[in-house]
Design a protein around this ligand. Structure first.
Ligand code: H2B
Length: 101
């Protein structure tokens, strides 16, 4: 069973990843990404989907035209783990390269 992040690790992760926040219970993190249009948003989602499939760790997300909202958590741990940190770091790194706000 994968271990949950400690509260210090979660604090450090949120400090490292501007724009991500945690829910009140600290069991998931949310990020919101805005692109120029649907084409940019869906390209971003495609890159995230490929990474998620490689990792076998998948986002809960929604898309409305140019906006993508993402929630990450690890069901197995009923909370946040290093898998969420890895995927969130990847998402932020490619969002920067896709013109997100
Ligand atoms: N994605 C996420 N976000 N959390 C999980 O715990 C998870 C997953 N578990 N993708 C994986 C798939 C698991 O259900 C399969 C069986 O490996």
């Amino acid at each position: 069973m994968i271990e949950k992040l400690t509260s210090d690790e979660l604090k450090a992760l949120l400090a490292e990843l501007p724009g991500w926040k945690t829910d009140a219970s600290g069991t998931s993190i949310q990020g919101s990404f805005k692109f120029a249009d649907f084409n940019e948003a869906f390209g971003f989602m495609t890159r995230v989907a490929i990474k998620a499939q490689e990792m076998d760790h998948h986002p809960e997300w929604s898309n409305v035209y140019s906006k993508v909202e993402i929630t990450l958590s690890t069901h197995e741990a009923k909370g946040l783990t290093s898998r969420d940190a890895t995927l969130a770091r990847f998402i932020s790194s490619i969002a920067e390269n896709s013109g997100s706000a």
